[in-house]
Design a protein around this ligand. Structure first.
Ligand code: ATP
Length: 246
């Protein structure tokens, strides 16, 4: 279920961040991040533990505000107009954000109701898309990790977001579940901008159109994949992670 082949809304930049700083007491989560992500891109975000990846993703998901800096998402000022943007952004966190005691269908109905009356046709379509139609009436706590991740995708797509954020979506998936998830992402990324935090360098690099390495809250490198040499990029990543900068 892509968004079709029409030009992306507000084609141009999906993310325009300048000088983003996030201060936590005397610690800096982000320390002056500049980033321009074109609409329709797939950005993979890499970096060692504590680099600021989740801090950045939470900011893009409108869950946290920068201490300093400016942020425009989908052409809208995210600091002035966060409410106008919320329905246009979806987050898939590494915690599933699903209710274990509700069925797959009830979970999607609940999240759909946050945006108005539950859209039953869309829920059915999403359950088929993530290949959980046959488990629609089972409680989510009986699902495997891979099934929960697929349902998380359906949850995040319920409001047809233009910008989709994924925080280590592959963690805990076995190779088969990860492959199913690859196929699902390939189907749903069309016509949307994806930003994925990943510790899986090979998979993250394979999927992306743009790649970012963060360390100590700063951009080490941000580049279009076509413009970088893959092995030089991977060496830089390993050197960054190996620095023990967290
Ligand atoms: N709520 C918070 N309060 C205090 N410090 C925080 C908070 N959230 C993040 N930090 C700090 O900000 C820095 C960046 O953390 P963040 O979680 O963004 O890193 P990360 O790159 O996502 O790491 P990981 O790969 O371990 O998930 C770390 O030094 C962390 O301790």
């Amino acid at each position: 279920m892509g968004r079709g082949e029409a030009p992306l809304p507000g084609a141009g930049l999906a993310v325009e961040a300048h000088g983003l700083v996030k201060q936590f007491g005397n610690r800096r989560g982000l320390d002056g991040v500049d980033l321009e992500v074109p609409a329709g891109a797939f950005l993979s975000v890499f970096g060692p533990n504590g680099a600021g990846k989740t801090t950045l993703l939470r900011m893009l998901a409108l869950l946290s505000r920068p201490t300093r800096g400016s942020l425009r998402l989908l052409g809208v000022d995210a600091l002035e107009d966060a409410d106008a943007l919320r329905s246009r952004v979806g987050l898939i966190s590494h915690t599933s954000m699903l209710y274990g005691d509700l069925t797959a269908r009830e979970n999607l109905e609940f999240f759909s109701s946050l945006y108005g009356a539950p859209d039953r046709a869309r829920i059915d379509e999403l359950l088929r898309l993530v290949e959980l139609d046959h488990r629609r009436n089972d409680c989510v706590r009986t699902f495997s990790r891979g099934m929960q991740q697929r349902l998380s995708i359906a949850r995040a797509l319920i409001n047809d977001p233009e910008l989709v954020l994924l925080d280590e979506p592959y963690s805990g998936l076995d190779p088969h579940a990860a492959e199913l998830f690859d196929g699902l992402i390939a189907r749903v990324r069309v016509g949307r901008t994806f930003i994925m935090v990943s510790h899986d360098l090979d998979r993250g690099f394979e999927l992306c159109t743009h790649a970012l390495i963060l360390a100590r809250g700063q951009v080490v490198v941000f580049a279009e994949k076509e413009q970088v040499d893959a092995s030089a990029f991977k060496d830089l990543y390993r050197a960054t992670v190996g620095m023990g900068v967290a």
